[in-house]
Design a protein around this ligand. Structure first.
Ligand code: GRF
Length: 221
């Protein structure tokens, strides 16, 4: 860990990178004591790479399609991230499952954002599934990563009430707005060393806090 209380982040992303951008902007605004060493993507055309270039942040690609064997890709990704020596690895729309060696190596220093109120709706197409079920509540979760998919200790969640008018894209956009607030917040708590993991629970300042469950109303207020 850096001694200057300024967390060195490596962001892994496969897609558009709006969460990466929210994190980078929070840093610029002085709301987040961290720096992004680099963005690493498994997709050479990922929009996140353009966003990184526009922000002057370095990036690297470990092209998934360039590897015939999955273990070779996993090893290349491990080596790429290790070379950047991160304090914290931030998954921001990274669409591959990390191998156990990676997850174990960064235990407690590897976080993800997921577009649902975990443990509900693990996996893909969360907005579609929420709408199909007629669920009333939906949202986003930042959690530590463990080998089981979308299952690690929860740091912070933000919830909204599903509107009967919401379609999949509209709901995704509402959830993304929540993500852009809670991801920088979770990283700031880590930077301030305010989080501890106690079994399956994450404590903020030593206890389970109401601040760890926000509503869309709190966030838009
Ligand atoms: C977000 O909804 C995130 O929760 C999920 O993938 C999406 C990434 O969006 N894991 P972006 O690339 O950060 O815009």
């Amino acid at each position: 860990m850096s001694t200057d209380n300024n967390l060195k982040l490596v962001v892994l992303a496969s897609g558009g990178g709006s969460n990466f951008q929210a994190i980078a902007e929070s840093i610029k605004l002085g709301q987040l004591d961290a720096s992004v060493s680099a963005v690493v993507s498994d997709v050479p055309q990922a929009g996140v790479l353009q966003r990184a270039a526009a922000l002057g942040i370095s990036s690297a690609v470990v092209d998934f399609d360039a590897y015939e064997q999955r273990p070779d890709f996993d090893q290349a990704m491990r080596q790429q991230v290790a070379a950047l020596d991160p304090d914290l690895v931030v998954l921001a729309g990274y669409m591959r499952i990390l191998d156990t060696e990676f997850v174990d190596h960064y235990a407690g220093r590897l976080i993800n954002i997921h577009p649902s109120l975990l443990p509900r709706y693990r996996g893909l197409h969360t907005h579609r599934r929420v709408l199909a079920d007629g669920a009333r509540k939906h949202g986003a979760t930042v959690h530590f990563v463990v080998p089981k998919l979308d299952a690690g200790p929860i740091i912070v969640q933000a919830e909204l009430t599903v509107d009967p008018e919401d379609d999949e894209n509209g709901l995704a956009a509402r959830v993304l707005r929540l993500e852009h607030v809670i991801y920088p917040l979770a990283i700031q708590w880590l930077s301030e060393q305010r989080l501890t993991i106690s079994g399956d629970t994450v404590l903020l300042d030593g206890y389970r806090s109401a601040q760890q469950y926000l509503s869309e109303g709190d966030i838009n207020a």
